[in-house]
Design a protein around this ligand. Structure first.
Ligand SMILES: *Cc1c(COP(=O)(O)O)cnc(C)c1O
Length: 494
């Protein structure tokens, strides 16, 4: 028999302002299942922020058209954002508790340093579609990367920053003819193709383009396989190149994409091998290829491995690299870690259960969630990555009962987390351990929210997109700020 349970609520629902003050010491502990406990000092393993260590938080407007770029660790800004929400709520502001991102540009910079350290001979062309954030684009432009654009809109956005069109590859193999023409008009010459129709379009709309043939590679070892939609099988490449010759087009090289979120970086080896074959087919067709584009797919945790597979494969299949430029199109790698999301618990209820539950008892052993939490961002917003990008969300507690301190001894409940819309597909997390004392008004945090999130979010049900608070974080902060300041002084991106 099914039984509906009622959850106890503090009555009246009164949420105290956070007890935290700037002089409090805070500590963080990452649990095995990915959620963070803010511990008592006594058991604190890692991070201590005291008033003397807290960076001064001052607004800076390097780019007048953008939100301020703050100083300080993203932890500080997550807490400030939450405290700000309490103030707004006290003033009865509508949407006071709205969800927000903290974007830490120094994380983007750290990834760039990693790229340069591991793949110094491969020039990154950041895949804009992954996160076209205005600060991210400005920083990468200032650091000298190129850009992989998928559309006319992305090309315009990048060119508007003062980036030279030679630093853009139009890497969508299937383009509207008007986009091809406009790319030509704007001086964007490098573009990919994987079919004969594309060659006819380009011959008509941008005959001087520098074409890159996108070949099909093994994409079965990735979260998002792309081969079902793009990539010319090697057997078709000679025919395509013959057609290109016939149309008097200039094919300059080969590209591939092993699939986004690649979890077996050994696939780069086979992909480079196929690219070698395509290079030889180019020579047969009367071309002398000078560009190898190794695409995207780079995962943060596996990056060094991927880089080593790539480096070895390039060394063995392209032993003579003179006259060959190598580029890549990383997206996720650059931005995933740089954005964290804070979302407010706006509602809570008990699911239908078979057995009555006693909340006072020890944490439920059952796999069935004991509590359903509703937060104010969901799969129609930032968490569209769950549907489109096959991601899993790992919530942790940012604040509970008006405090940023959550004792590690807190009893846990199996819980589910839902988005704010009236659609039942809007589930952020079907099952996760969260403190049983978690209530409406508390805040959850989500890390690694920078890739394929904001860019595909909708306003379904009238929910606004979550805004970003920008900071330059810790390590590399001054390099980031001076790169951006130089970029702005040159008159770019204002
Ligand atoms: C999406 C995409 C990328 C970026 O892929 P990541 O896996 O995010 O690195 C690069 N190139 C092309 C052509 C893409 O479509």
């Amino acid at each position: 028999m099914s039984q509906v349970q009622t959850l106890p609520a503090s009555s009246p629902v009164a949420f105290a302002a956070p007890r935290i003050s700037r002089s409090d010491s805070l500590s963080f502990h990452r649990g095995g299942d990915g959620w963070t406990l803010v511990n008592d000092l006594s058991s604190s393993p890692t991070l201590h922020l005291t008033a003397s260590h807290l960076p001064s938080i001052t607004d800076e407007n390097i780019f007048p058209s953008l939100p301020p770029l703050l100083h300080g660790h993203s932890d500080v800004h997550l807490r400030n954002g939450i405290m700000n929400a309490f103030t707004l709520a006290a003033n009865h502001e509508p949407d006071a508790e709205r969800a927000f991102f903290v974007g830490d540009l120094s994380q983007v910079y750290q990834q760039h340093l990693r790229w340069q350290a591991c793949l110094p001979h491969i020039q990154p062309f950041y895949a804009v579609k992954c996160n076209p954030d205005p600060y991210v684009l400005r920083l990468l432009a200032a650091l000298g990367t190129g850009f992989d654009c998928a559309s006319n809109g992305e090309i315009s956005q990048v060119l508007a920053l003062g980036v030279d069109p030679s630093r853009i590859i139009f890497a969508n193999p299937c383009k509207a003819v008007s986009f091809v023409r406009n790319a030509g008009k704007m001086g964007v010459d490098m573009m990919t193709f994987d079919n004969a129709d594309e060659l006819y379009k380009i011959a008509r709309a941008h005959p001087n383009a520098q074409l890159v043939v996108r070949i099909l590679t093994d994409d079965t070892k990735s979260l998002c396989a792309l081969g079902i939609k793009f990539g010319a099988p090697l057997v078709t490449v000679p025919g395509l190149l013959a057609k290109a010759k016939e149309l008097n087009l200039n094919v300059v090289g080969v590209s591939f994409h092993v699939g986004s979120g690649c979890y077996d970086p050994s696939v780069y080896t086979d992909a480079v091998k196929r690219a070698r074959t395509a290079f030889d087919m180019g020579t047969e067709a009367g071309y002398q290829f000078s560009l190898l584009d190794v695409g995207g797919g780079f995962e943060d945790a596996l990056f060094e491995q991927a880089a080593s597979f790539l480096t070895d494969a390039i060394a063995s299949y392209f032993p003579d690299r003179s006259g060959i430029r190598i580029i890549a199109e990383p997206g996720r790698f650059y931005v995933s870690k740089a954005f964290r999301l804070a979302a407010n618990i706006i509602a809570r209820r008990a699911p239908l259960t078979e057995v009555p539950r006693d909340e006072a008892a020890a944490p439920a052993e059952s796999d069935q969630p004991a509590v359903m939490y509703y937060i104010n961002d969901g799969v129609y917003g930032a968490f569209n990555c769950i549907l489109f990008d096959h991601q899993t969300a790992h919530p942790y507690v940012l604040s509970m009962n008006g405090s940023f301190h959550v004792a590690s001894s807190e009893a846990l409940n199996n819980s589910s987390v839902w988005g704010p819309t009236c659609d039942s597909i809007d589930c952020v997390c079907t099952s996760t351990q969260l403190p049983s004392a978690l209530r409406v008004g508390d805040w959850l945090g989500f890390d690694n929210m920078g890739a394929y999130t904001v860019c595909a979010a909708s306003q379904f049900n009238g929910f606004e997109l979550s805004k970003v608070i920008y900071t330059t974080g810790g390590l590399g902060a001054s390099e980031v700020r001076s790169a951006l300041a130089r970029f702005a002084v040159e008159g770019h991106g204002l």
